[in-house]
Design a protein around this ligand. Structure first.
Ligand code: GDP
Ligand code: MG
Length: 331
């Protein structure tokens, strides 16, 4: 049944999906409970939120009581314009993606299981950076448990596929299946499945590497038959630099963000470190990114750029455009 959640609720829900610590999850769940429309149709979601909040609170208490964890956990705090996890079967080209796009020292080798631990790197795109995380391979008998949370809270996934191997369709379908079993659906868009806080979708780009191989297109088509029409596809051949450039652009575009420059009243503009907010985002969204307190005190803003006349004064709901310069005013 439809809950008819407000845009504010949807925003809090998206923040919850992307939360990277238990404390952050608790804050988001509390906010969602307040924002959720209270009526018959939303009762199940209300109950679900309360259960999740209870679980998160006891998890936090347990963490505080015994901070040492058994088993491997990896947390890479989100940095830059977004966080992308690189996934795939053995030898799919995952580490090569990291190596081509970032200055991280990726372990690239022509044999499987070279990468044993996840490794982050920062991908420059024009004047922003995007965080990429390389991961160990996934097979029917090999799935690192920490990958589940890492993928569920990521902004998007790059799913690598060895375009030169007849095993690639099966291997890649297995990766998709492994996540599906863990209620994580590699998909066209990111977000919770309607009114279900257990099932998460993650926006995924399928990247066949060694894309010049004459059999690549057929292998991709065969894979798509197994997982019909779910992802965007961008084949690459890393021996051609255009491929690397195209993938860089596509990864940035997947984030669906725009850049906004800021200036403090009476100070020069800061064109060095833009903020990024979702495309269609407002002055208020920007203020929240800059500082929580500023968002609360915000009275108006002045804009220079495509979304207004230069120097125009606008309210908090004003929708910004890419590369706007914004001066935030708070009482
Ligand atoms: N020629 C070519 N080789 C590639 C391409 N992508 C990956 N490789 C090679 O495939 C092998 C496995 O790549 P790697 O990134 O280590 O795979 P991983 O196991 O998924 O991390 C390495 O020898 C890479 O250089 C590509 O687009 N073109
Ligand atoms: Mg690797």
């Amino acid at each position: 049944m439809a809950v008819n959640a407000t845009p504010q609720y949807k925003k809090a829900e998206e923040e919850y999906r992307r939360a990277q610590s238990v404390q952050e999850q608790i804050d988001c769940l509390e906010k969602m409970l307040v924002l959720l429309p209270k009526h018959k149709a939303s009762e199940k979601v209300q109950m679900d939120l309360k259960t999740r909040l209870k679980e998160a609170r006891s998890e936090l208490a347990a963490e505080k009581a015994a901070p040492k964890k058994v088993g491997k956990t990896f947390r890479f705090p989100r940095q830059g314009a977004g966080q992308i996890v690189i996934l795939g079967g053995p030898n799919a080209g995952k580490s090569r993606v990291l190596g081509e796009l970032t200055s991280a020292k990726a372990e690239i080798a022509p044999y499987p299981f070279t990468t044993r631990e996840p490794q982050p790197g920062m991908m420059p795109w024009e004047d922003v950076v995007v965080q990429l995380i390389d991961t160990p391979p996934i097979t029917d008998s090999f799935f690192e448990v920490y990958l589940q949370n890492m993928v569920r809270s990521a902004d998007a996934v790059v799913l690598c596929f060895d375009g030169s191997s007849d095993d690639a369709p099966d291997h890649t379908a297995e990766v998709v299946r492994q996540f599906e079993q863990r209620k994580t659906v590699l998909s066209r868009e990111s977000g919770f499945v309607e009114d279900d806080l257990t099932q998460v979708r993650i926006k995924t780009l399928l990247v066949p590497t060694r894309g010049d191989d004459p059999g690549c297109a057929d292998r991709v088509a065969y894979f798509e038959e197994m997982c019909p029409g779910r992802f965007e596809v961008l084949p690459v051949e890393f021996d051609h630099p255009e491929s690397t450039a195209a993938l860089r652009d596509r990864i940035y575009q997947m984030l669906g963000v725009m850049r906004v420059y800021t200036k403090a009243p009476g100070k020069p503009a800061d064109y060095k470190s833009p903020f990024t907010i979702p495309i269609g985002g407002t002055v208020e969204d920007l203020a929240e990114k800059v500082h929580k307190d500023l968002a609360a005190k915000l009275t108006h803003a002045r804009i220079w750029g495509a979304s207004a006349h230069d120097g125009q004064s606008v309210g908090r709901d004003h929708v910004l455009a890419d590369k706007d310069l914004v001066e935030l005013h708070g009482g």
